[in-house]
Design a protein around this ligand. Structure first.
Ligand SMILES: Nc1ncnc2c1ncn2[C@@H]1O[C@H](COP(=O)(O)OP(=O)(O)OP(=O)(O)O)[C@@H](O)[C@H]1O
Ligand SMILES: [Mg+2]
Length: 240
């Protein structure tokens, strides 16, 4: 089983959209996926149509087994949802609660954790649970500005888990009509060793799918958005 957190300090870089549609892409390629939403905003839970009064990740942080909090989306795709109670956890101290809770998750091919746009307790818990993380970056001038604080956090977390590492940068929300997007992409490629070849274009079907509480592959399988996420899923499957 492979595990990834989707992390970035900056808000609105496409974390939730990436994790949701990447899961759908992996699922379309016959992989089983457990999605976990750790963001109090609960955008992933909404986008997957699973925001409700059921038990969620907050309860897992409070001792509930993950099995009791799982909701099914479709065959081979499950989610543990978030809700606003998660804000009360930001002052918690034990960084290993989530890691211990997910020790026994072996039945899936992938565990994907969506994080809030902060480097607080929830993101730290996710990083310690998965080790590997994916970083979505917009191809814009200021994209790199917050990367230093994430690097700093990862080195501070080394005593808790020494093998936390960036599995790859995903160029997200790419605007094919803007020259600056290409320049931004080049700067990012020079800076990071691993940048996925697939570029996630900014397309309307991706947003529409979330509004319809589903992913773009289910919503419009023939759209550019669907093909981008299938292509990203193929690259993720090939990761060592
Ligand atoms: N490829 C895309 N094409 C079109 N719209 C997109 C794309 N990716 C993201 N968006 C839109 O951009 C907005 C921000 O994306 P998203 O919620 O995924 O970012 P985020 O990093 O999870 O944000 P936050 O930091 O608030 O959690 C959303 O309205 C989403 O629908
Ligand atoms: Mg989000």
């Amino acid at each position: 089983m492979k595990r990834f957190s989707i992390v970035s300090t900056k808000g609105g870089t496409g974390k939730t959209t990436t994790v949701h549609n990447l899961a759908a892409g992996l699922n379309a390629l016959n992989k089983s996926v457990l999605l976990v939403d750790t963001d109090p905003q609960s955008n992933l839970s909404y986008a997957a149509g699973r925001f409700n009064d059921e038990l969620g990740i907050y309860d897992v942080f409070n001792g509930l087994s993950w099995q009791s909090a799982v909701q099914n989306i479709r065959d081979g795709l499950d989610i543990i949802s978030a809700d606003h109670r998660l804000v009360y956890l930001e002052n918690k101290k034990d960084l290993h609660i989530l890691q211990k809770a997910f020790k026994s998750v072996k039945a899936y091919d992938y565990l994907l954790i969506d994080c809030p746009p902060s480097l607080g307790y929830l993101t730290q818990s996710a990083l310690i649970t998965t080790g590997n993380y994916l970083l979505p970056l917009q191809t814009e001038y200021l994209a790199m500005r917050n990367v230093a604080s994430l690097n700093q956090l990862v080195s501070e977390l080394k005593p808790e888990r020494k093998d936390i590492k960036l599995a790859g940068v995903i160029l997200s929300m790419y605007n094919t009509r803007r020259k600056l997007s290409g320049e931004g992409a080049n700067i990012i490629k020079q800076h990071f060793k691993k940048v996925f070849k697939t570029v996630i274009r900014n397309t309307v079907a991706v947003t529409e799918a979330a509004a319809q509480e589903t992913d773009v592959i289910t919503y419009k399988p023939s759209s550019p958005g669907a093909s981008d996420f299938i292509s990203l899923a193929k690259e993720v499957i090939k990761l060592k």
